[in-house]
Design a binder for this molecule. Sequence first.
Ligand SMILES: C[S@@+](CC[C@H](N)C(=O)[O-])C[C@H]1O[C@@H](n2cnc3c(N)ncnc32)[C@H](O)[C@@H]1O
Length: 592
Amino acid sequence: MSEQDWPDLESVREEAGLHLHWQGRRSYKSLVPAPRVLERHDELSFQPDHGDHLVIEGDNLQVMVSLRSQYSESFDVVYIDPPYNRGGNDFRYSDARFQDPDADGSDAVYVSNVDGGRHTKWLNYMAPRLVAMKSLMAENGVIFVSINDIELGRLLMLMDEIFDEKNRIGVITWRGSADNNPSRIQIEHEYIVCYAKNLAHVPRVWSTPADEMRDVLLERYEELVASGFEGAELTKEWASLVRANGRDSLGRLARYTHLDEHGPYQVAYRVHNPKKGGYRYGVTKKGVVDSPTARGTYRMPANGYRFPPQTMQRYIDEGLVVFPKRIDQIVQMKDYLKDFRGTLRSVIDLDARSGSYRLKQLFGEGFDGFRYAKPVELIEMLVGAAGSKDALVLDAFAGTGTTGDSVLQLNHRDGGRRRFVLIEEGTAEDPYARTLVAPRLRAAIEIDGFDSGFSFLTAGAQLDREAILSLEKDKIKAVICQTDRSGTRAGIRRIDGRKWVIGANQRGEALALVWRGVTSSQVNAEVINEALLEAKDLGLKTPIRIYGTTCNISETRSFVFCQIPDEILAALQIEDFEPDEVASTLEEVAVP
Ligand SMILES: C[S@@+](CC[C@H](N)C(=O)[O-])C[C@H]1O[C@@H](n2cnc3c(N)ncnc32)[C@H](O)[C@@H]1O
């Protein structure tokens, strides 16, 4: 073998082990767009003072990079529902944007399901976005990705590569629809793939909001008993309590309407054996008999009973078996509220049509503007299980904004303070951020009477040293509110109409700006005194962070000088950016 036949060491290392290979794999990590200014639009925002939620219009990769300064390592739950690569009008791919993530994407075309490069394109589109999501996830963060069987296999391998197989939490099967098209296998389900950023930081057991609601209901029941209610009166009071809370807020718990001496219960089909070969015997009101067809026996389940006759007899003796009115029916079991567990299960049965029913409820019966909206209840289950009551939730493929709706519902139900950031494209073909997400959330807040709101932002011009220095005052203000380091995880609340003060952080400390162009934006004693007075007037605290290009006064305990543009560039993590180094790792990729 001549020397030139030897593979180079780097590629040997690269090819070792088991991984998914595709054209583009070696470059996706370095394809990072420039951050952009995120400009707020008051006319598209709704009650922004009532909630810190964000709806952002733009390409999600560009937006996620722009969120880095305040939201790196911040999100507790990420849910995404990306294009499934079905063919037709599902997945639009821009090769120009893959090669250069700052490109405008105007070459984007729908990928057909006979396109030989469709899987490569999908991977090249998903991979950098998943990397960006991972960097925005908190150490205890969890990501859920909806997908169907077209890309499931490749998605799992890609997730193993980016998140590591040891952080895989599981794959949920969601059965949501009945497929009426004759085919070999009628498809009635899809998947939700779940990974942790770092499994060691994720609780071993997820308790859900439904578990908390169970505890509240049991407390109420104990209160009724303690106030002296019993018998039929107790049953009546309990039924009206359950009714008053309603199905909407109780969900599955609304079925626990019966009472006995052990507390509230529901009647459930629990005696059937799932497969052939169950126990065969007869059940009468008095007890178990040998023959399933003996006189007075209830109908036996088709596969027999799931437990042996002795166990069934014990259940009958303990009063746990419910006998139906008619003998040709199967006996049922009591299922007590105290035993309820709201655990996230690997199979979820939930009618997919409820996604579009919700849109019709909000936009009117005639609404037919979006085909694949997920059910609010589905996202509630995921977000409720994986995040705490003050979780920060990201959905970078927001569609109609179902994730935002779910967060609002969950917060309303359990008094949580979860916040969402939703990203959705703003192209002429997909203007959904402003035509669907914002109006939907607004309608949900109004119809359901929530005290909440959101700011609507759009991804604008790219940011670098030169661009920052040429920004107008309003835009530089937006950039500071988007990047100031004291806004980590919570953002900066914008304040308008003041001479110096432009915002406040979560601790209530003021931010101020002097901007009269590059050469005359000096922070001096007069500015500082006026800004301090303004902050005091607004009830804000010090130290006040004052932005300008130069400062002729030493910092004190009451103010910090933030130099434009260096402070902003550092927060955007573009000060160390070395184009040559990045360019050298790029592989020439031409996707067929
Ligand atoms: C399947 S839909 C999500 C539906 C959503 N889960 C719901 O319940 O309404 C996927 C969405 O991702 C959006 N999208 C696709 N590529 C995007 C990108 N690069 N940046 C932002 N949004 C994108 C599409 O416009 C589409 O609305």
